[in-house]
Design a protein around this ligand. Structure first.
Ligand SMILES: Nc1ncnc2c1ncn2[C@@H]1O[C@H](COP(=O)(O)OP(=O)(O)OP(=O)(O)O)[C@@H](O)[C@H]1O
Ligand SMILES: [Mg+2]
Length: 279
């Protein structure tokens, strides 16, 4: 479990706190989507979980962040990394190897994955991210989207209890983005992996996440089950968050008194809504 209590953080070089008074609990097996405008503090929230803040980016740190009971301030980031796998917003900064295969092997060897499991995990991770054909490629020769998939593959091969991803689909087309989320869903359901993902594509996110956290200028302004948060679609639009199109359609139908059910999440529920309206 991750527990943030009255957590406030201001980077040493920052003029104001990047995060203010954050109270947040993320339970084992949860699937949490982090949304918010640029500069809202999404990346900083992920850094607080993997210990980058305050260990690599120092600053004024108030309150507490506990990961499985470990206080992140007193825990070395290397030790946290065993629990928390991270895919960073800047994937280039994340890559350590020259070849794709070595990128995955490096992590697994570092984390002491048993030798007889390595090949199976390598193959599964590449398969699940849809890049088995990239195994022997040079990382420098890959596109941004391909690198994102490699970064995700390298983390899932480690099977950490918690995976934090910061805009992992930023350079991916809709189909590949969906593939990444299906893979996260698989990990969440199969291994009970806790997933925390920053994502701009709110529509995509809502089809997979169980809970949403909306940050605005360093504060949590909405938090809860996806359906509950989406009830505030107007407020979200006001601050410039693009709500899923099915939610806009839902609002329209409710306004015209054509539909009375709950807001749909994902395409299947949207389809059910439309069928009901048409019938
Ligand atoms: N390394 C840093 N040093 C100083 N200030 C920083 C640093 N990283 C982020 N900030 C500041 O902290 C605030 C929150 O930034 P953060 O990167 O967490 O936001 P974000 O929601 O991830 O934004 P984006 O959508 O652009 O990635 C911003 O005001 C930003 O300028
Ligand atoms: Mg960011």
């Amino acid at each position: 479990m991750i527990q943030m209590k009255e957590f406030t953080f201001q980077y040493d070089t920052g003029k104001k706190p990047a995060l203010k008074n954050i109270d947040l609990e993320i339970h084992d097996g949860d699937f949490v989507g982090i949304i918010g405008n640029s500069g809202a503090g999404k990346s900083t929230l992920t850094y607080a979980i993997n210990g980058i803040v305050p260990h690599y980016y120092p600053g004024d740190f108030y309150g507490s962040v506990l990961v499985d009971g470990m206080d992140t301030v007193d825990t070395a980031p290397e030790q946290l990394a065993v629990k928390v796998g991270s895919v960073f917003q800047d994937v280039d900064a994340q890559m350590v190897a020259t070849y794709v295969e070595d990128e995955l092997l490096f992590g697994m060897e570092n984390f002491g994955v048993p030798k007889d499991e390595i090949e199976a995990r390598l193959t599964e991770a590449l398969q699940k991210t849809g890049i088995p054909d990239l195994r022997f490629r040079e990382i420098d020769s890959l596109s941004g989207g391909q690198k994102q998939k490699v970064a995700v593959a390298a983390i899932i091969a480690l099977r950490p209890d918690i995976i934090v991803l910061d805009e992992p689909t930023g350079e991916l087309d809709p189909e590949s983005s969906d593939q990444i989320f299906q893979m996260l869903k698989f990990l969440n359901e199969t291994y009970g992996t806790t997933i925390i993902v920053v994502e701009q594509k709110v529509g995509l996110l809502c089809g997979y996440a169980k809970r949403l956290v909306l940050l605005e200028q360093g504060e949590i302004i909405l938090e809860g089950p996806v359906r509950e948060v989406l009830k505030n679609a107007d407020r979200m639009e006001e601050i410039g968050i693009h709500v899923p199109r099915v939610v806009s359609l839902y609002k329209e139908l409710v306004q015209r008194d054509l539909f009375r059910g709950e807001a749909p999440i994902g395409l299947e529920e949207a389809e059910t809504m439309v069928r009901e309206v048409l019938s």
